[in-house]
Design a protein around this ligand. Structure first.
Ligand SMILES: [Zn+2]
Ligand SMILES: [Zn+2]
Length: 379
C-alpha cells in the first residue's frame, strides 16, 4: 500500500493513532463556522420576511390567510392588533415551490411502519425549509431512515418533524418563529430524491395527515387526493434503480481532485477525490456492496472499503466514526460513517477512491459520472 496521500509531515503524528487529539478544537471551530454562517442566513431570511420583525410575529396572520402573498402595507400590524390576545400562531408552508410526491397513509413495504407517516414535498436540493409555525426545536441531528431531521415542538405539545435535510440552521433548544429558515432540502436517510418529509404528531401520539392539519390553520397544500397503494414514486423523477450511484456526501465542496500532482503525496499524485465537508457529516454508500474493511489504516485514517459485485473497490477515508463493520452488506445511500480528519489529513474531508478489481485507482469523478452522479469540479 503505497498510496499515502496528503501532507507527509503529518504522517508520523497520525500514524497508528485512532483518534485525533485536536477533536474538541475541531468541533469548536466547526460550531463557530456554523454560527457565523447561520447569522448571515438568518439575516437574509429576516429581510425576506420583514413582516415577522415588523410585527413581532402577528403580521404573519395576514400572510398565512392570504396564501403566502406579501401583506398589504395597510394591513401592517398596529399597536392595537399587538395588544389583542393571541389567536394562535400563524402557519405557513415549509417550502415555497414543491410537488407533492408521496401523500400521508400510502402503503408500501418501503416504509418501516408499512405506511407513509408524513407528506413529501419534492423540490430542489438546498431549498430553504421554513418553520411552519412558531415553537421550540427539541431535536436536531441524524437519525437512521429520517436522515438529518428536525423536531419542532409547539406549545400544545404537537411535534412537527422535518426529514432528509441536507443541512441545519437551528440547534436543539432554539425557539423559532413562523417562517424562519430551519434548514435545507436534501436527500439524507431513506430517501430517493431531494425532498422534505413533513410529519405531524400531536403530543407524541400517532401521526396525522399534514394536509388536513395545515388546512385547519389556513394553509392549502396542492396535493393529489389519493394514490393507489404500492411502491411510492421517487421524488424529482430520480430512479430507484439499484445500479444508480448516489453522492457520498451532501452539501460539500470538491477539494483536491484525482491525479493532482503534489510532492506531499508519496505516490506523487492524488489517488482519489476530496469532498470538503463539515465534521460529522454522514457518509453514504455510493452503491450497494459488501464491506470488506472498516478500521484504521495508516494515512487513510478510519477507512471503509466497499466491494461491488464486479470486484470494484470503493474506499472512504479519514472518517470520524463508523456505522458499518466488516462483512456487512450495504445498499446505495446507506450511511456507513461520518466525515472526520483521521489519518493523514489536515481538515475534515472525505477522500473517495475507486479501484476497479481492487487494483490501481481511477478518477472517482469519472466513475461517478458514468453512473449518473455529476460532480462539479469547478468549485
Ligand atoms: Zn416521506
Ligand atoms: Zn484525498
Amino acid at each position: 500500500m503505497n498510496d499515502i496521500h496528503h501532507r507527509l509531515t503529518q504522517a508520523a503524528d497520525d500514524e497508528g493513532v485512532p483518534l485525533r487529539t485536536d477533536f474538541p478544537d475541531l468541533l469548536r471551530r466547526a460550531r463557530a463556522d456554523r454560527r457565523s454562517h447561520r447569522t448571515r442566513v438568518s439575516l437574509a431570511a429576516a429581510a425576506t420576511t420583514a413582516v415577522v420583525l415588523a410585527g413581532g410575529g402577528f403580521g404573519l396572520q395576514a400572510l398565512a390567510s392570504s396564501g403566502g402573498a406579501a401583506p398589504d402595507p395597510a394591513q401592517a400590524p398596529s399597536k392595537s392588533a399587538a395588544a389583542e390576545p393571541r389567536q394562535g400562531e400563524p402557519w405557513v408552508l415549509p417550502v415555497d415551490s414543491y410537488r407533492i410526491t408521496n401523500t400521508f397513509g400510502m402503503e408500501g413495504g418501503y416504509y418501516s411502519s408499512g405506511f407513509h407517516a408524513g407528506l413529501d414535498f419534492a423540490t430542489s436540493y438546498g431549498t430553504p425549509i421554513k418553520a411552519i409555525t412558531a415553537g421550540k426545536i427539541t431535536a436536531v441531528g441524524y437519525q437512521g431512515e429520517a436522515g438529518n431531521r428536525i423536531v419542532l415542538k409547539l406549545e400544545d405539545g404537537t411535534e412537527l418533524r422535518f426529514h432528509h435535510l441536507s443541512a441545519f440552521e437551528v440547534e436543539k433548544g432554539d425557539r423559532v418563529r413562523t417562517g424562519q429558515v430551519i434548514g435545507y432540502v436534501g436527500s439524507t436517510g431513506n430517501s430517493f430524491g431531494d425532498h422534505v418529509h413533513l410529519e405531524v404528531r400531536p403530543d407524541g401520539r400517532k401521526p396525522l395527515d399534514p394536509v388536513k392539519v395545515l388546512a385547519e390553520h389556513g394553509v392549502h397544500v396542492n396535493a393529489p387526493k389519493s394514490r393507489p397503494p404500492g411502491r411510492p414514486e421517487a421524488p424529482s423523477g430520480q430512479t430507484t434503480d439499484k445500479a444508480q450511484w448516489v453522492r457520498p456526501v451532501e452539501g460539500c465542496r470538491i477539494g483536491d481532485t484525482f491525479g493532482q500532482r503534489q510532492d506531499y503525496y508519496s505516490s506523487g499524485y492524488h489517488t482519489g477525490l476530496d469532498f470538503k465537508c463539515k465534521y460529522g457529516k454522514p457518509i453514504k454508500a455510493v452503491t450497494a456492496g459488501k464491506v470488506t474493511a472498516a478500521g484504521y489504516k495508516g494515512a487513510y485514517g478510519n477507512r471503509v472499503v466497499i466491494q461491488l459485485k464486479d470486484g470494484t473497490e470503493l474506499w472512504f477515508a479519514h472518517m470520524s466514526g463508523f456505522e458499518v463493520k466488516k462483512g456487512d452488506r450495504v445498499r446505495a445511500g446507506q450511511v456507513i460513517g461520518y466525515v472526520g480528519s483521521t489519518g493523514n489529513s489536515v481538515v475534515p474531508h472525505l477522500h473517495l477512491e475507486v479501484r476497479p478489481g481492487g487494483g490501481d485507482p481511477v478518477d472517482p469523478a469519472h466513475a461517478l459520472a458514468q453512473h449518473g452522479v455529476k460532480v462539479d469540479l469547478s468549485d
